[in-house]
Design a protein around this ligand. Structure first.
Ligand code: HEC
Ligand code: HEC
Ligand code: HEC
Ligand code: HEC
Ligand code: HEC
Ligand code: HEC
Ligand code: HEC
Ligand code: HEC
Length: 461
C-alpha cells in the first residue's frame, strides 16, 4: 500500500517535471492558466470539467502561481477530486464556524478564504461522522488547554503555538480537526485505519499506547503480517465473514478496531485517561480513589465537590454513572468477541480492572505521606492552591517529593493499568508497577528524612 502510494507520487512528479522540460501540450478546453515557476501539478492533468464551479478560480490561481503544492497534489489523489469536492467546499468557512476561524486573517488573495477548516464544513456531506466525533472525547481535547492549572504557566508557544501540549490537543481545537487521522489533502481512510495514524499523539510519557500496542502480541501480528492486509476494507467488514479465511483480511486488531468499532468516530473508553469512575461499589477501592480525587482537586478533603468537578464534566474526564461505564465496557467486549471467546475477553479486562485497584492502593499511601507533611507543617503550606498535594499542577511544584508523587501518578500509575489493557506485560510490570513501588519507597524515605531534619533543627523537640 505504502509502496504503491510512493510509486504514484513519484511517477506523477516525474510526469509533471517532464512536461515542464519538454513543454506541455495544451489541455483540451483551452482554459489552462499561464504557468509561473515550477508547480508540482501540471495544469493539463487536472480534469477541469470535474472541478466544481466555486473552486475553479482557486485552483487556477494556485496552479499558475505554483503555490501550496502539497494541497494541489494530494487533493488530486483523493476521493474528493474524483467526487467533485473542491477547495472552496472546505476553505470558505461554514456560516456557523468557530469565531477563531471566521475572525482570523488570511494570507490568500481571495479574502473570503480561511486556512482553518471547521468540521462543520464537512457536515453537508459527512453528517454522521461529524455527529459521532462531536459527541466523543477528541472533540473535548481543547478543554484541557484552557481549564488546566498548569497550562496558564507554560509559554504560549506550547499551547496556542501548538508546539507542545497544543500540538496534540489541537484535535479538539475550534470544534475539531478532522485531518488528525486521515491527513489533508488525501483524506484517505486506508491511512486512518492503520495504527500509525494515532502514534504521534498516543505515545510517550503518560499515554504510551503506541509503544504498548506495537510490542503487544496484537501489534506483533500487525508488524509481521499487516503489509499483506487490504486496508481498503471498512472496519465493519473485517469480521463479517468469519467462516472465510484470507491472508488479505486482518487477523489482529489495530487501534481503530477496538476504539472506532465499525467506523464509529465517537472515541471514548470506559475508564478514560485517569481511570476514575463514580460511583464505586467496592468500598475499600473507593477509599483509595477518594484520596486521588482530593489530590486532583475534584473533592475537598471533607469530600465536597469543587469547581473542578464541572471541568471534569465538560471535558468528559470521568464516567459519572455506572451505566455510562458499562456501555463502553460492553462495546469493548463485543469487539474482542469478534475474534476471542467472550469469557476470555471479559476475564482479561477484569484482571486489568483489578490492576487499577492495586495501583490506586499504592497511590493512596503515597498521597497520605505527602499530605501528612503539609498537615504537620514540614512542607510549607502552599498559599496559592489547596493545602494538599495537587496532582493537576504536574511538574509546577516546589519540592522533590512532590515531583516524585507526580511521576508516580502520571507516568507510572498510567503505565501500570494502560499496559494491562493493551496486553503488554512489560509496560504493566517493569515500566508501571515496579516503578510505582520504587516511587513509594523514595517518598517514604524522603518523608522520614524531612521529618528527621525538622526534629533536629527544632532541637529535638
Ligand atoms: C475536504 C476538505 C478540504 C479540501 C477539499 C481542501 N482543503 Fe485545504 N485544508 C483542509 C484542512 C482540514 C486543512 C487544515 C486546516 C487547519 O489547520 O485547521 C487545510 C489546510 C490547507 C492549507 C494550509 C496548510 C498548508 O499545508 O499549507 C492550504 C494552503 C490549503 N489547505 C489549500 C487547499 C487548496 C488549494 C485546496 C484545493 C486544491 C484545498 N485546500 C482543498 C481541508 C481541505
Ligand atoms: C488570485 C490568486 C488566488 C486565488 C483566486 C485564490 N488564492 Fe488562495 N492563496 C493565494 C496566495 C498568493 C496565497 C498565499 C500563499 C503562501 O503564503 O505561500 C494563498 C493562500 C491560500 C490558503 C492558505 C491561507 C493562509 O492564511 O495560510 C488557502 C487555504 C487558500 N489560499 C485557498 C484558496 C481557495 C479555497 C480559493 C478559492 C475560493 C483560493 N485560495 C483562491 C492566491 C490565490
Ligand atoms: C504527545 C501528545 C500530547 C501532548 C504533548 C500533551 N498531551 Fe495531553 N493528552 C494526549 C492524549 C493522547 C491524551 C489522552 C490519553 C489517554 O486517554 O490515555 C491526553 C490527555 C490529557 C488530559 C486528560 C483529558 C481527559 O479528559 O481525560 C489532560 C488534562 C491533558 N492531556 C493535558 C495536557 C497538558 C496540560 C499538556 C502539556 C503540559 C499535554 N496534555 C500535552 C496527548 C498529549
Ligand atoms: C461537497 C461534499 C463534501 C465535503 C464538503 C467534504 N467531503 Fe469528504 N467526501 C465527499 C465524497 C463525495 C467522498 C467520496 C465518498 C465515497 O467514495 O463513498 C468523500 C470521502 C471522504 C473520505 C473518505 C475517503 C476514502 O479514502 O474513502 C474522508 C475521510 C472525507 N471525505 C473527509 C472529509 C472531511 C474531513 C471533510 C471536511 C473537512 C470533508 N470530507 C468534506 C464529499 C465531501
Ligand atoms: C481518530 C482518528 C479520526 C479522526 C479524528 C477522524 N476520522 Fe474519519 N475516519 C477514521 C477512520 C479509522 C476511518 C475508517 C472507518 C471505517 O473503516 O469504517 C474514517 C473514515 C471516515 C470517512 C469515510 C467513511 C466511510 O464509510 O467510507 C469519512 C467521511 C470521515 N472519516 C470523515 C471524518 C470527519 C468529517 C471527521 C471530523 C469530524 C473525521 N473523519 C475525523 C479516523 C478518524
Ligand atoms: C485489542 C483492543 C485494543 C487495541 C488494539 C488498542 N486498544 Fe486502547 N484500549 C483497549 C482497552 C480494553 C482499553 C481500556 C478500556 C476501558 O477503559 O475499559 C483501552 C484504553 C485506551 C485509552 C484510554 C487510556 C488507557 O490506555 O487505558 C486510549 C487513549 C487508547 N486505548 C488508545 C489506543 C491506541 C492509540 C491504540 C493503538 C496504538 C490502542 N488503544 C490499541 C483496547 C485496545
Ligand atoms: C492529533 C492528536 C491525536 C491523534 C492523531 C489521535 N488522538 Fe486520540 N486523543 C488525543 C487527545 C489529546 C485525547 C484526549 C482528549 C481530551 O483531552 O479530552 C485523545 C483521546 C483518545 C481516547 C479517549 C480516551 C478516554 O479518555 O476515554 C481514545 C480511545 C483515543 N484518543 C483513541 C485514538 C485512536 C484510536 C486514534 C487513531 C485512530 C487517535 N486517538 C488519534 C489526541 C489524538
Ligand atoms: C481481530 C481479532 C482480534 C481482536 C478484535 C482481539 N484480539 Fe486478542 N488476539 C488476537 C490474536 C490473533 C492473538 C494471538 C493469539 C496467540 O497468541 O496465539 C491475540 C492475542 C491476545 C492476547 C494474548 C494472550 C494470548 O492468549 O495469546 C490477549 C490477552 C488478548 N488477545 C486479549 C484481547 C482482548 C481483551 C481483546 C478486546 C479488547 C482482543 N484481544 C481483541 C486477535 C484478536
Amino acid at each position: 500500500m505504502r509502496a504503491a502510494g510512493m510509486f504514484k507520487f513519484s511517477s506523477l512528479l516525474f510526469f509533471a517535471l517532464t512536461l515542464l522540460c519538454v513543454g506541455a501540450p495544451r489541455a483540451a478546453g483551452g482554459s489552462m492558466p499561464p504557468r509561473v515557476g515550477r508547480s508540482p501539478v501540471a495544469p493539463n492533468q487536472i480534469a477541469w470539467n470535474k472541478v466544481p464551479e466555486a473552486s475553479q478560480a482557486c485552483l487556477k490561481c494556485h496552479v499558475a502561481k505554483a503555490i501550496t503544492g502539497s494541497a494541489l497534489r494530494d487533493w488530486q489523489l483523493s476521493k474528493h477530486y474524483t467526487n467533485g469536492a473542491g477547495c472552496a467546499d472546505c476553505h470558505l468557512p461554514a456560516p456557523d464556524a468557530a469565531a477563531a476561524i471566521t475572525g482570523a486573517s488570511s494570507a490568500c488573495e481571495d479574502k473570503r478564504v480561511r486556512r482553518g477548516v471547521s468540521p462543520k464544513n464537512c457536515v453537508p456531506c459527512h453528517a454522521e461522522q461529524f455527529q459521532q466525533f462531536s459527541g466523543g472525547k477528541h472533540a473535548a481535547a481543547w478543554v484541557a488547554m484552557t481549564a488546566m492549572p498548569t497550562t496558564a504557566e507554560q509559554p504560549r508557544a506550547l499551547i496556542e503555538g501548538e508546539k507542545g501540549c497544543g500540538g496534540c490537543h489541537r484535535i479538539g481545537r475550534d470544534e475539531g480537526k478532522c485531518d488528525s487521522c486521515h491527513t489533508r489533502h488525501l483524506f484517505a481512510t486506508a491511512e486512518a485505519r492503520r495504527p500509525e495514524a494515532c502514534m504521534t499523539c498516543h505515545m510517550g510519557f503518560d499515554h504510551p499506547q503506541w509503544e504498548m500496542y506495537s510490542t503487544s502480541k496484537h501489534g506483533s501480528i500487525y508488524a509481521t503480517q499487516g503489509a499483506r492486509w487490504d486496508w481498503n476494507i471498512k472496519l465493519a467488514d473485517w469480521f463479517n465473514q468469519p467462516d472465510k479465511a484470507s491472508l488479505q483480511r486482518p487477523r489482529a486488531p489495530v487501534c481503530a478496531t477496538c476504539h472506532m468499532p465499525k467506523g464509529d468516530h465517537t472515541v471514548r473508553t470506559a475508564w478514560g485517561f485517569l481511570a476514575l469512575r463514580l460511583p464505586e461499589k467496592d468500598a475499600e477501592w473507593m477509599q483509595y480513589r477518594q484520596k486521588i480525587l482530593i489530590g486532583l482537586g475534584v473533592l475537598t478533603p471533607e469530600g465536597q465537590p469543587t469547581a473542578r468537578l464541572d471541568v471534569v464534566k465538560v471535558g468528559k474526564v470521568a464516567r459519572l454513572t455506572a451505566e455510562e461505564w458499562q456501555t463502553e465496557r460492553d462495546r469493548m467486549v463485543a469487539v474482542c468477541a469478534n475474534c476471542h471467546a467472550r469469557a476470555f475477553a471479559q476475564q482479561n479486562l477484569e484482571a486489568a480492572d483489578s490492576i487499577i485497584k492495586e495501583s490506586d492502593k499504592l497511590m493512596a499511601e503515597a498521597l497520605d505521606i505527602v499530605e501528612g507533611l503539609y498537615r504537620d507543617g514540614i512542607l510549607e503550606r502552599p498559599q496559592d492552591r489547596p493545602p494538599h498535594p495537587d496532582l493537576l499542577r504536574f511538574y509546577e511544584v516546589k519540592y522533590p517529593i512532590e515531583q516524585t508523587l507526580y511521576t508516580m501518578f502520571l507516568e507510572h500509575r498510567m503505565r501500570s493499568f494502560q499496559g494491562a489493557f493493551h496486553m503488554n506485560p512489560d509496560y504493566q510490570h517493569w515500566y508501571g508497577w515496579a516503578e510505582m513501588k520504587r516511587d513509594l519507597y523514595e517518598i517514604r524515605q524522603a518523608a522520614s528524612e524531612l521529618r528527621a531534619a525538622r526534629t533536629k533543627s527544632s532541637g529535638g523537640r
